[in-house]
Design a protein around this ligand. Sequence first.
Ligand SMILES: N[C@@H](CCC(=O)N[C@@H](CS)C(=O)NCC(=O)O)C(=O)O
Length: 226
Amino acid sequence: MAYHLYWLSGAPPVWRVMLALNLKKIRFTDTRFEMGSDEMSDPAFRLISPRGEVPVLMTPDGPVRESLAILAYLDRVKPDPPLFGRSPTEAGVIWQWIMDYENHLRGAMVTMSTIAFRGEQEARKDDLAAAMEVGCREMETILHRLRLMPWLGGNQLSAADIAFYPGVQWMRRAMRHVDETPMHALMDHPALRKWEQKIEKLPKFAQTIPPHWTADEPANISGLLG
Ligand SMILES: N[C@@H](CCC(=O)N[C@@H](CS)C(=O)NCC(=O)O)C(=O)O
């Protein structure tokens, strides 16, 4: 098989790549690592992933790492359906929403979920409150967009939606461990739910759900807390 994916269950960047591969109808074989496994620090794997991170997609052109780079690569390999738009304007808008998420919301989500999964809500109350403030503000901007447009990047599903969706699911899991905050209402917003349902109708969506979320496998620990 021409494509082979190295992955970890529950890693949002991996989920992006799986969604994109399925959307493009690109078949792939895979190797699932366990968090902290020796294989991830193996010198041979470090040659293709210097920090020992996943996703890595082996391709006929060589290994590609970094989830957004993999999405860009796949879009060139198989342009239909496009992930980064068809026009310069569409590409610009899609990247703008991706970078908004990457530069502003994602860091806040990581802080909130790390605190939540580690049970540090009391011990790190101030950090949680600060991250929550940023997270809520950024989420409101995205919700405003989803109230106006069918997809985050515009009128079509794009890399912006694929980049954002796994982070939202990660947040949903984290928020189960956090008491009253305005984030609960934001996460329940009908525009967000409707958008998620459309993504969940994508081809082979069920196969992309992190297996340890559906099976009764123990939660990952250390680097990957979900
Ligand atoms: N910016 C990278 C992030 C990759 C990343 O952080 N992967 C994590 C899982 S979410 C990982 O492999 N962690 C394992 C480790 O650091 O040992 C991307 O988007 O692909």
